[in-house]
Design a protein around this ligand. Structure first.
Ligand code: FCB
Length: 467
């Protein structure tokens, strides 16, 4: 059988973020962000006690990394501007931070790589978190001011903007699973945070449109939102209660954002459920107009694993929080044991077909996809990590992307998460995602893994090779 291919204009790139790569955490007048705060407060919460401070040393190796991206045939890269670097503590532009990002954009431009800019990757400035974070309207306004400032400052340079990466993840990881600072499981708080982020997105999108109409933002620039719209599956022969679990999980995690970015609304069934449960989102007059600003020009889809849910066996958990669903362990699941995530390449196709059927006009791209493995460096041959599993993983996902495009999906490109290994929140450097190793024992030196050569062949030919 011949290899599948991807369209000529399909783009390949890398996804990364400011807080996970930049380091230089006190340079350019950068303020502490939430990860610096969490690292300061309790470093034992981070794998091998590696906190946020150094990222993967990108700032010092910027030109080397850009040369790697180029050598691997990548034509775009997404990172984020850190709010804590670009803005000062009075909410004004920090000129040193602005210079940092102008230089970054110039360096990518010189290499012929399009830098996509995301404005928030779980990295609120610590002082704003102390003021109540997303639950405080002043913080929502501060984000809108940051976004407006960024659009004004870089409006002629950036063509692909995103308001948020995975807006559902802070509600989940901080306030539901409680594995990220402040390690506090509280369903009501999770939903208020989700609502605050929703408003922040609406205000930022509004600012973008206004500045574009005024000519401050270039006319060919686009704004989008990136989320892990993980498709929820249930048993093959579901009960009513299983389907109800799917409705709620899909509603809170996916439809909430999809309705926001396509219709400028939030799903009525979920709002009704929350009201019925006595959860107060703190809605104010005028909010509907902000939410109505939500529609975007295109979407990013981060896909690592599917969600499988079933009817819960209890209605509240040990924290007193409501339980709407519990995990369904599919007997056919293939697992990435390092991360505890199921590997299910067809999920990318199922999402593509949902988009095709329900939101046919919206373009999108795979904005993150990747596999993080622990202890890879142990199996080196002649100093090279033998990561055939990474080739298998990406090949299988790309094959489904190719089929989806054949079946009409408006998927324009693929960004691999962490082409170069980087720091992953509380897991720090535990699981490595890269096609390029970062050697922590030798001053963050970069080394190609076996898979890098395969990636280069795919990006330069658009043919999805078996191995
Ligand atoms: C995603 C995040 C990204 C990275 C990967 C592994 O959820 O967007 O920052 O940590 O997981």
């Amino acid at each position: 059988m011949s290899n599948r291919t991807l369209p000529k204009d399909f783009f390949f790139g890398a996804a990364m973020s400011g807080p996970q790569t930049e380091g230089a955490y006190q340079a350019t007048g950068k303020l502490p962000n939430l990860w610096d705060l969490a690292s300061d407060l309790d470093i034992t919460k981070f794998h091998n006690r590696v906190g946020s401070y150094a990222g993967n040393d990108f700032t010092h190796r910027r030109d080397e990394d850009i040369a790697i991206f180029r050598d691997l045939g990548l034509t775009s890269v997404r990172t984020s501007f850190q709010w804590s670097r670009l803005m000062d503590a009075d909410g004004r532009l920090n000129p040193e931070g602005a210079r940092y990002y102008h230089e970054l954009l110039a360096a990518f431009r010189a290499a012929g790589i399009d830098l996509f800019v995301n404005l928030y990757h779980f990295d609120m400035p610590a002082y704003l978190f102390r003021r109540g974070g997303w639950e405080n309207r002043e913080v929502v306004e501060a984000y809108a001011n940051f976004a407006r400032t960024a659009f004004a400052e870089f409006g002629q340079e950036v063509t692909h903007w995103f308001t948020f990466n995975e807006p559902i993840v802070e509600p989940q990881q901080r306030y539901t699973n409680a594995v990220w600072y402040p390690y506090h499981a509280d369903f009501a708080q999770a939903r208020r945070v989700q609502y605050g982020i929703t408003l922040a997105h609406g205000l930022a999108t509004q600012a973008f449109r206004q500045l574009q109409a005024a000519g401050t933002v270039r006319s060919d620039a686009r704004i989008g939102l990136i989320n892990c719209f993980t498709p929820p599956y249930t048993r093959e022969d579901p009960s009513e209660a299983d389907l109800e679990a799917v409705r709620v999980v899909d509603g809170i995690d996916n439809r909430w954002w999809l309705d926001l970015v396509t219709k400028g609304e939030l799903p009525a069934d979920i709002l009704a459920d929350l009201e019925h449960g006595g959860y107060d989102l703190g809605v104010r007059p005028g909010d509907a107009q902000i939410i109505a600003q939500g529609p975007v020009d295109w979407l990013g889809f981060n896909y690592y694993h599917p969600a499988r849910v079933q009817a819960p066996s209890r209605t509240t958990d040990e924290h007193g929080n409501p339980v709407f669903a519990e995990e369904y362990v599919w007997p056919g699941a293939v697992m990435n044991e390092s991360r505890g995530w199921e590997i299910y390449p067809k999920g990318i196709y199922d999402f593509a077909m949902t988009m095709h059927d329900d939101y046919p006009d919206l373009e999108w791209f795979v904005s993150e996809n990747g596999i993080g493995i622990e202890g890879e460096a142990a199996g080196k041959v002649d100093g090279v990590i033998q990561d055939d599993y990474r080739i298998d993983f990406v090949r299988d996902h790309l094959n489904w992307v190719s089929k989806a495009i054949e079946d009409g999906a408006r998927c324009r490109g693929y960004h691999y998460w962490a082409v170069i290994d980087n720091w992953s929140w509380n897991n720090a450097f535990k699981n490595r995602y890269g096609f390029v190793e970062v050697d922590l024992e030798h001053d963050y030196a970069r080394h190609y893994k076996k898979s890098a050569d395969w990636l280069r062949r795919v990006t330069t030919t658009h043919e999805i090779f078996q191995s």
